[in-house]
Every structure is written in structure tokens, then in C-alpha cells.
Design a protein around this ligand. Structure first.
Ligand SMILES: [Zn+2]
Length: 114
């Protein structure tokens, strides 16, 4: 359980938008964005600010406890986007209303069940 004060800091740092797809909380009031562990607890991720990010429900469920994915173009196992280490602009771009990943994060859209 994340401390409420820590949760407020994470939300403020993220500008109240999902750190993966950049959906603003105000544009999706039905479900509150979630504080998620970038490195999940099951992989010994900590509750420290450096391991926490704000994610919309869809991104959080898609990422789940994964640390890597398979690049659909190359078949390589690649690390998923890390909001505290990676720069969003170097891993994604907006294509009309669709976010597409560059190179290593192409797999980010293919984490869910097929
Ligand atoms: Zn999202």
C-alpha cells in the first residue's frame, strides 16, 4: 500500500496524467489513475518515488508485472519504457490518436492477451 502523501507527490510529478500514454486524468474521470510500481513488487521493486509512476487503468493492466516485452517486428525481448529513466519522446510519438513506440517499445502495445 502506497502512503497517501507519496501518492500525491507521484500525481503532482506526473502532472496528473498517465506517464505511459499521457492521458490526462481530467479527460478520463471514470477511473482514477493508479500509482504503479515500475519494477513490480514481485520483482522486488521498492515503494520509493523512483520506482513509482502514475498510470491509467488501461496502461497499468497492460503492463501488469511485466518488465519486458517482445518487439513484434524483430522478435527481440526488450525492456519496457521506464518513466523514471527513459524519455517519453525517445520511445513514443503520437500518430493521429494512436501512440506508437519507437524500436524497443514497439512491444508496449502488445502486452495484453491476444
Ligand atoms: Zn495510460
Amino acid at each position: 500500500m502506497i502512503d497517501a502523501a507519496i501518492g500525491r507527490i507521484v500525481r503532482q510529478r506526473a502532472g496528473d496524467r498517465c506517464e505511459y500514454c499521457r492521458l490526462q486524468q481530467a479527460h478520463y474521470p471514470l477511473w482514477r489513475h493508479q500509482i504503479e510500481h515500475i519494477v513490480p513488487k514481485k520483482h522486488f521493486g521498492s515503494d520509493q518515488l523512483g520506482n513509482l509512476s502514475l498510470a491509467c487503468v488501461r496502461c497499468n493492466l497492460s503492463k501488469s508485472s511485466n518488465l519486458t516485452g517482445i518487439d513484434p517486428l524483430t522478435g527481440e525481448i526488450v525492456a519496457l519504457f521506464h518513466p523514471r529513466i527513459d524519455r517519453w519522446e525517445q520511445h513514443f510519438h503520437f500518430e493521429k490518436a494512436i501512440i506508437e513506440g519507437y524500436h524497443a517499445n514497439r512491444s508496449s502495445h502488445h502486452l495484453g492477451p491476444e
